[in-house]
Write a protein that binds this ligand. Sequence first.
Ligand code: COA
Ligand code: AMP
Length: 643
Amino acid sequence: MQSTYFDIYREWQTAPEEFWRRQAETLHWFKPIEKVFDKDQGVYGRWFVGGETNTCYNCIDRHVSKGRGDQTALIYDSAMNGDKRKYSFDEMLVEVQAIAAVLRNHGVGKGDRVVIYMPMVPEAVFSMLACARLGAVHSVVFGGFAAHELAARIDDCGAKVVISASCGLEPGRVVAYKPLLDHALGIAKVKPDFCLVLQRDELHAALRYEHGDVDFRQAVEIEKVNGTVVDCEPVTATDPLYVLYTSGTTGQPKGVIRDNGGHMVALNWTMKNLYGVEAGEVFWAASDIGWVVGHSYIVYGPLLAGNTTVLFEGKPVGTPDAGTYWRIVSEYDVKVLFTAPTAFRAIRRDDPEGKLVETYDLSGLRALFLAGERADPETLKWAEQVLQVPVIDHWWQTETGWPMVGNPVGLGLLPFKPGSPTHPMPGYLIEVLDDAGHPVPTNTLGNIVVKLPLPPGCLVSFWNADERFRQGCLEEFPGYYKTADAGMLDDDGYLFVMARTDDIINCAGHRLSTGAMEEVCAMHPDVAECAVVGVADSLKGQIPCGFLVLKNNVTRDEKLIEKEVVDLVRNEIGPVAAFRTVMVVKRLPKTRSGKILRGTMQKIADGMPWKMPATIDDPVILDEIIEILKSKGYAKGAADTAA
Ligand code: COA
Ligand code: AMP
């Protein structure tokens, strides 16, 4: 099929508002849009002003009213406990209304914030939709975060309610959520009115009814038996649908605000045009609802477009083996799979020849999409070879909510270039600028930016922090949104994304802030100063590596201190930080103005060519760092002196 991509992109560029107005018409509005884009509202303008809608209505009721009620909306498969369930749109409507009724009975209404701290169970998805139904704003917190991170989010969004579960299931261990939740509530300044707790068979939590705990299943069951109807609350297109916290450059996470109107219009467009799936087909994003991929492509995107979505609890390997993904694809006839490259690196490590692929019928699969981190060409090639379908890298971030750059299956694939996620999607005008804000020539590395206004579906601001949004994302390059990724455009307009320009690292597809980890390391009483950098890891892409300088008077065993710091990060941020590599050093390399040379340390650790910074205060320190890194198995092949 000849790609119509360039026609569609030009159509958008010629008349962007007309383009998005047409896309909006495919969805249901209680009240028509007055202005497609109003540049005078919000931080950089707002989409679909005046329109009233409801995202839950568009995800469920719209399909039911069009006669698709008995189509499967959600397939749940837990490789952790063998639980398998299917829900049609009709059944989903019953579940979601019952949860909405429970929330409403407890006083939750439009604009109230609901924190959802749950494992990968259908009730988590239904809870998100129940909030959307009421016009309440959900904020899902990933289960791998510890109590302090949960508390920070409860405080920042001012949660009225927390919905949680008794436990999550990780390979080899049951993660008790309730003690984490109780701990978080103990330290949070904001005290939610009540907590709705889903009991799972693997571990029952002790509910403290006197403190406002409510048994999720019992409460929901009553509403189901009563057949309580909860109609969708009309909200304006610009009302917030959710807040999703993501790592910033400090320990304080940024609450990305997604609105109702723009979000549903943009995601709905991507399902058919980018991913190439039709209503009724099965789409599987193997991610977690705690991340943006889960929000956009486990929950909202597929449901808006009338697809069947798969909610999978498990890992790509070890639950029970590297064939789990293939089992899901064949058992449910998945047409398009979306995951992070790290999952494929894990599968390839356990099944290098892809033998397990041959034991399943994957004939229904049409494409594999990868995102969340740079797709290394080796992994990409391997996936293509074993699956025999197009493997498509696409680039986006929590802030944008949907892909900025990709290769659109639905419009006809463009030729591939290894290492590039291909071309910008309609809505995104991508440029590459130097640090002074001037466009760089093609094939030259620079800051990747998006011309304002951002398209529908992108963040409208950070929760309660317009100024932080302006300063962090819009100020450095006036007229543009700064992605904080570095890369280049080639002569054919293909984008190559190379690295972050800030201290964010990508570990197993999880976005982590090394700055936040440094803040925690510095809390240890024996640590005078520290630096955390991301070092290359063959499975996870990058892992954090901490360097600690101890206070002068410390005589305690260094190994013990290292272990305490590792435990501290795990307890404060959570296991997801994967912080295991830490080393005590005498001093940290710095510039004469006192800036820690993290980039140089990272290059040395990875065995990459490095240059002695002209501004270094004391070059001898780097020799010490190299020695320690080598003793720990890093800096392999690193020259002991700069090139
Ligand atoms: N709840 C509680 N703990 C969690 C968790 C959750 N939802 N998710 C992860 N963790 C824990 C893990 O159990 C692990 O704990 P441990 O230190 O006790 O072993 C720790 O956090 C680190 O997890 P992770 O980085 O995922 O490493 P892993 O070794 O458990 O698994 C992969 C590695 C590659 C198999 C795994 O990261 C994976 O499946 N990635 C798929 C990609 C993905 O989903 N990306 C999300 C964005 S698209
Ligand atoms: P997150 O907000 O967790 O989705 O992480 C977003 C960041 O992950 C981006 O800013 C990039 O640094 C990185 N990223 C995501 N997708 C890709 C990709 N396809 N190629 C390179 N980097 C990516």
